[in-house]
Write a protein that binds this ligand. Structure first.
Ligand code: PLP
Ligand code: TYF
Length: 395
């Protein structure tokens, strides 16, 4: 039965992570997979998470099943974290899922269950798993123009021109902030135009926000999402606690459906529960328990916000330092885009040959397409990284 299955290469980002681990060199730099690291190269467990885990450990009464909606209190706090201050909070329902990946798949299944002919439009480029998740849900996937390869910023005109052609059979998957892989985010004016276009043409906005708080901060990073939900009746949202709570392996996220009435949202979530029943059934509880413990406690929330701000500021500092060092070494502004990008990543567009040389000759690991995880850098490594890039340039 399984003899016909060919060997597979698998996910190139995860493969690069393993290749880095197996590289015996001591002088090496992992700028591949999207995890935050501190200046010593560790991905620490946040202090707020450590304290919440202790509280949880001492108070958790049972490990009995939670039911298909997962942790109901987590669903409430995560919806508030994202939608507080908008009227969408009164016409939404959240479903605790195994990471944003689980949310993306569940919402893909929801789209398929209600409109099997829909096309999901993803940005070019987009998160490596957007296309496979939506295709495996049975949906057609197409790309809208996004990144201008010259400026490394968003080609907003081209993007809006394509979205203007769409209609009621289309779903537009948008990155809420900190675009993966490019780091280039859309302006508030463009979010406003997207909201207007959605209302005019009837496409469904689907906002994936996996890096909330890692761009300009928890409040600022929601401006795009809020622009949409304040004006458009129906919106899908997937969110992740992997990065902003550092809970990666705990697989913690949520799928949120915003509809025209609270009852409609509850009905939609009932269908989402049925769809979850057809795959993983119930999500793992620990990460959601940690998140709700933090968000229900003022002191822990303050600690968490402070830590998240420090992480974000470290990345912004690295971005500024990269630009300053590039300017000093090249007497040019061609790498200034690093400081205009938001979140963990910047897409450089480095060629495969250049990436191979950086890896082989310098032990520098960067994802295909040239996506650099700025959040994986140590301050002291910046001169070394830039010298290596400049030595390899032109390949
Ligand atoms: N969406 C985007 C844009 C991502 O970059 C990621 C991965 O980090 C995810 C979703 C999935 O996140 P999670 O680890 O919560 O499944
Ligand atoms: O883009 C990234 O690096 C993160 C982590 O199959 C990730 O989103 C990468 C690949 C993958 C799962 C998670």
């Amino acid at each position: 039965m399984f003899q016909a299955i060919p060997a597979k290469k698998g996910d190139s980002i995860l493969a690069l992570m393993t290749e880095y681990k197996n590289d015996p060199r001591t002088e090496k730099m992992d700028l591949g997979i999207g995890v935050y690291r501190d200046d010593t190269g560790n991905t620490p467990i946040m202090q707020a998470v450590l304290e919440a885990q202790t509280l949880l450990h001492n108070s958790e009464p049972t490990k009995a099943y939670q039911g298909l909606i997962g942790d109901a209190e987590f669903n409430e706090v995560i919806a508030k974290l994202l939608l507080q201050g908008t009227d969408a909070l009164n016409r939404c329902a959240a479903l605790h899922t195994p990471g944003a990946s689980g949310a993306l798949r569940n919402l893909g299944d929801l789209i398929y269950a209600t409109k099997p002919d829909a096309t999901v439009w993803i940005s070019n480029p987009s998160y490596v798993n957007h296309r496979p998740i939506m295709e495996k849900a049975g949906l057609k996937v197409a790309e809208y123009p996004y990144l201008n390869p010259e400026t490394k910023l968003v080609d907003e005109q081209a993007m809006l021109a394509k979205l203007a052609e769409l209609g009621e059979n289309d779903v537009v998957l948008l990155h809420g902030c900190c675009h993966n892989p490019s780091g280039a985010d859309i302006s508030i004016d463009t979010w406003q135009s997207i909201a207007e276009l959605a209302n005019k043409t009837g496409f469904l906005p689907f906002v994936d926000i996996a890096y909330h708080g890692l761009g300009d901060g928890l409040v600022e990073d929601l401006k795009g999402l809020h622009t949409i939900v304040n004006q458009v009746e129906e919106v899908l949202i997937s969110t992740s606690c992997s990065k902003n709570f550092g809970l990666y392996r705990e697989r913690t996220g949520a799928a949120i459906v915003v509809t025209n009435t609270q009852q409609q949202a509850i009905n939609s979530r009932a269908l989402m529960c049925e769809l979850a029943r057809g795959s993983y059934s119930m999500p793992p509880s620990h990460g959601a328990g940690v998140v709700k413990t933090i968000l229900n406690d003022e002191a822990l929330t303050a600690t968490w916000k402070q830590e998240l701000t420090q992480m974000t500021q470290r990345v912004q500092g690295l971005r500024n330092a990269l630009v300053a060092e590039f300017q000093a070494k090249t007497q040019s502004n061609r790498y200034d885009y690093f400081a205009q990008h938001k979140g963990m990543f910047s897409l450089t567009g480095f060629s495969d040959a250049m990436l191979e040389k950086l890896k082989q000759d310098y032990g520098i690991y960067i994802v295909q397409g040239g996506r650099i995880n700025v959040a994986g850098l140590k301050q002291a490594e910046i001169p070394q990284l830039i010298s290596a890039i400049l030595a390899c340039e032109g390949l």
